[in-house]
Design a protein around this ligand. Structure first.
Ligand SMILES: NC(=O)c1ccc[n+]([C@@H]2O[C@H](COP(=O)([O-])OP(=O)(O)OC[C@H]3O[C@@H](n4cnc5c(N)ncnc54)[C@H](O)[C@@H]3O)[C@@H](O)[C@H]2O)c1
Length: 497
């Protein structure tokens, strides 16, 4: 059985790693291969390669950087089907979802293609004082990315194309549950002409993560994953003086107001809650219903029962399995606890067996009605195909429910009232808001991130904020000729005109 290796300084390597973890195929429940678990010395080797490569890459002409990025974009596009197949097999999501994830990654690469040419500072005309004052942005050095299992191709692509476009070098620590696309992408970077050592992959668990967080050669850490780990990463990386952005988990509410088109709302609730088996940071996890809740619950439960669950590679499947046997057990257990705490199960996905895939980690679409904010199924991030229905008296109660929740990733409102939508947008404490659409999918050209426990660190990820995160400004004040008449006081403390 194959073992997935690290990618350091332009080559696959086992490094000093002796530990490995099994990688399962969620549809069959069988082990597909293993992945090496990196040691601190493996991280050190990757950081060393990235540091050496930084000397050349940070000085590469803007035209060269742009050409490499365009070539990388072409290669990812040409191999998008293969990347999607790797993702679908290891993660379990249906092939169309995996292909969609690669497309979103491509959009970030396209955004990154323009960065080298557009990376600008500012100029201040101080000609009267005989000086020029200008600023420019420089890359930081070695940037590390630590990523979750749920978008194994896309989330790393939120990070490395922008970091590399800005002139940094990169060390990626992907999720150990679906690690294979990282090495595939590394080879595409190499074929695109990226110098060896600029993009490296170290697989592993918390041992490799801690080695990254403590490594003095790493300037910045970008993390996406669950809230407890995001909080930990932010604290530990900050303690060692690194720039850090850490995106955490989510509990996304969608509020349906009485004037909304209920069929339309039901369709979107189902697509958002059960797409990729609910393993999306922007999945709607709680539907807050104001008004005719019974009718909407019936519509959603009927649609949930119609979702075709099966292996990701079957073109008929609309939803695949969840990532691990442990995730299946945790999700099913939460549903049972919800029932015990007084909720009613309107569509039940527990114990689902798919013919021919009896050992797969399948949980069917589940709708739990009459959930209250005190129940575990509401307070915990489920990260599975479960939609909780909470009934609310009015929009203000719904807003205060959302704001009392520690997560602040995204939310949505379904209504035909512009005034209610506007009140909702202004009132909620979250980072991404959908109006008559589910939680918006992040786009490449604007920065995004959650509020509260969904984002640690000030900077958001990708888009313009990603460029700021991956660079720092230098301000130059210069006087030519060196001997020209100049008054320091006139520059910094101009006298009244
Ligand atoms: N906010 C966003 O945009 C966004 C996007 C995608 C996923 N997510 C979140 O990611 C989570 C799902 O992904 P996951 O289960 O892979 O997250 P996770 O936090 O378990 O793992 C993320 C990364 O951290 C590492 N890690 C795990 N435990 C660690 C520990 N104790 N010490 C150090 N490192 C550790 C993992 O190896 C992995 O690379 C969900 O909470 C989801 O909401 C958020």
């Amino acid at each position: 059985m194959a073992t997935i290796e690290h990618w350091i300084d332009g080559a696959a390597t086992g490094g000093v790693s002796t530990r490995s973890a099994p990688v399962f195929q969620p549809a069959t429940g069988r082990q597909q291969h293993s992945v090496l678990l990196g040691e601190p010395a493996d991280v050190d080797a990757a950081v060393h390669a990235a540091t050496v490569a930084f000397a050349e890459w940070s000085q590469a002409s803007l035209s060269r950087r742009t050409q490499v990025l365009f070539a990388f974009r072409e290669l990812v596009n040409a191999h998008s089907r293969e990347i999607a197949e790797i993702v679908s097999d290891e993660h379990g999501k249906v092939l169309s979802d995996a292909a969609g994830e690669v497309q979103r990654g491509l959009e970030v690469i396209e955004f990154a293609c323009g960065i080298p040419q557009l990376l600008k500072g500012a100029y201040s005309d101080q000609a009267s004082a005989g000086v020029d004052v200008f600023s420019f942005r420089e890359p930081l050095g070695v940037v590390a990315g630590i990523t979750p299992f749920n978008f194994p191709a896309m989330v790393p692509m939120w990070m490395h194309p922008i970091a590399i476009a800005c002139g940094n070098t990169f060390v990626l620590k992907p999720s150990e549950r679906d690690p294979s696309s990282a090495g595939f992408v590394a080879r595409l970077w190499q074929r695109a002409g990226l110098p060896d050592g600029v993009f490296n992959v170290v697989h592993g668990d918390r041992v490799a993560v801690d080695a990254i967080l403590d490594h003095p050669g790493i300037a910045a850490v970008s993390f996406v994953g669950s809230t407890p780990i995001a909080r930990y990463i932010h604290q530990r990386a900050s303690a060692t003086g690194k720039r850090v952005q850490a995106l955490g988990g989510a509990k996304n509410h969608a509020v349906v107001l009485p004037d909304a088109d209920l069929d339309f709302a039901a369709e979107h609730l189902v697509a958002s809650a059960f797409g990729s088996a609910g393993e999306r940071c922007m999945a709607i996890s709680a539907a807050v219903l104001v008004g005719d809740a019974d009718r909407l619950v019936d519509l959603v439960a009927a649609r949930a029962a119609d979702v075709k669950v099966g292996p990701g590679r079957d073109p008929a499947s609309e939803m695949g399995p969840v990532i691990t046997a442990a995730a299946k057990e945790r999700i099913e257990n939460l549903i049972t606890v919800g029932e015990r705490q007084g909720a009613t199960v309107a569509a039940d996905g527990r114990g689902l067996k798919i013919p021919g895939y009896e050992d797969g980690f399948f949980v069917g679409p589940t709708v739990i009605d009459r959930v209250t904010p005190a129940m575990d199924v509401y307070t915990q991030e489920i990260f599975g195909p479960v939609l909780s229905v909470v009934r609310s008296a009015d929009v203000d109660q719904a807003i205060s429910m959302i704001n009392s929740n520690p997560y602040g990733n995204g939310t949505a409102v379904f209504t035909n009232s512009g005034e209610a939508a506007r009140r909702f947008q202004r009132g909620v404490h979250v980072g991404m808001i959908g109006v008559n659409v589910p939680i918006p999918v992040p786009m490449a050209y604007y920065s995004f991130g959650g509020w509260k426990d969904s984002l640690f660190g000030q900077s958001h990820i990708y888009g313009p904020d990603g460029v700021d995160f991956c660079t720092r400004a230098k301000v130059v004040t210069q006087r030519w000729p060196a001997t020209s008449a100049f008054s320091e006081a006139s520059l910094h403390f101009p006298t009244a005109r």
